[in-house]
Design a protein around this ligand. Sequence first.
Ligand code: ATP
Length: 327
Amino acid sequence: MSFLDVSGISVVEEGNVILHDITFSLKEHQKIAIAGETGSGKSTLLQTIAGLVQPASGQVLYQGKKVIGPHDKLVPGHADIAYLSQHFELPQFLRVEQVLSYTNTLSGEEANTLYEICRISHLAKRKTNQLSGGERQRIALARLLSSWPGLLLLDEPFSNLDMGHKSILKAVINDISEELGITCLLISHDPHDTLSWADEIMVMQNGKLIQQGRPQQIYQQPVNEYAASLFGKYNVIPPGKAGIFTQLTSKETTSKSLLIRPERFIVTRQDSSAITGKVTTTHYFGSHYELEILVEEVPLTIRTGENNYKPGDSIGISVPDNAVWFV
Ligand SMILES: Nc1ncnc2c1ncn2[C@@H]1O[C@H](COP(=O)(O)OP(=O)(O)OP(=O)(O)O)[C@@H](O)[C@H]1O
């Protein structure tokens, strides 16, 4: 028995199939992130797990017991599963300590620990209309956690936060798992949030779970171009031109296109062991440069730490064996 077992979940709303036969399981303390484009069904999946949306078929088992959907329950939801919506609301014009006291079931010491972990202790006397977006979110989170759930579902927690608030929230979410032992499942469309945090990533497309795996696997071996696009820039080289690149590796060309991430190219000397391209544009990104180049009419984006090139220059590039992937 897993901590959470989702088996064969389908959801239909207004005659449209929103989730198709989703199956996966989550171990206690495992960190899973869900990625997918807008409308791919991520929120509906979290809401179904939380018992807030009724599946048309399939079931969710939490610690071996079925999560009852809203059709069969007077007050929808599950006492041990907390869901933080993208559209959470806090009561207006109340002090933070009042807002928290309404839901709190913890002892004074436990509550203080929770407020420390959520980085909100200093906000107790503040009114809810005097908070930044990031502070509001951490208070909404503390409010949910004051019932000490076993599973926390976070729906796009980082959207609309600036870098400062985002890094505080990341530390909070980390501490929630590590110090409070609460298992977290989160949705984010930003690869920086998911790749470094998750033990596993699930990729959704049109209501289907199309790939599940370790971050490295999802990033380097996406099942299709859509999955590649969710985690950053990539080059797709059509099958007819793939040989230009595979000749540098032990790989054989196939009928599929070749996928290479921009940072996997190596800028090298222009000799017989390299491919020669022509630089068309250069862009500076602070931590690196991106060069747009043309190799036998194939446009490529390559990333490099140093830029000694300008438009019109010839450039030598190479690609290691494990950087090429067929999609
Ligand atoms: N109650 C509903 N009735 C009808 N359609 C719905 C309902 N809930 C969701 N949908 C539709 O189901 C699809 C998936 O929605 P969902 O919110 O789960 O996607 P998402 O991947 O979370 O998107 P986003 O990233 O924009 O939040 C969308 O096309 C949405 O319009």
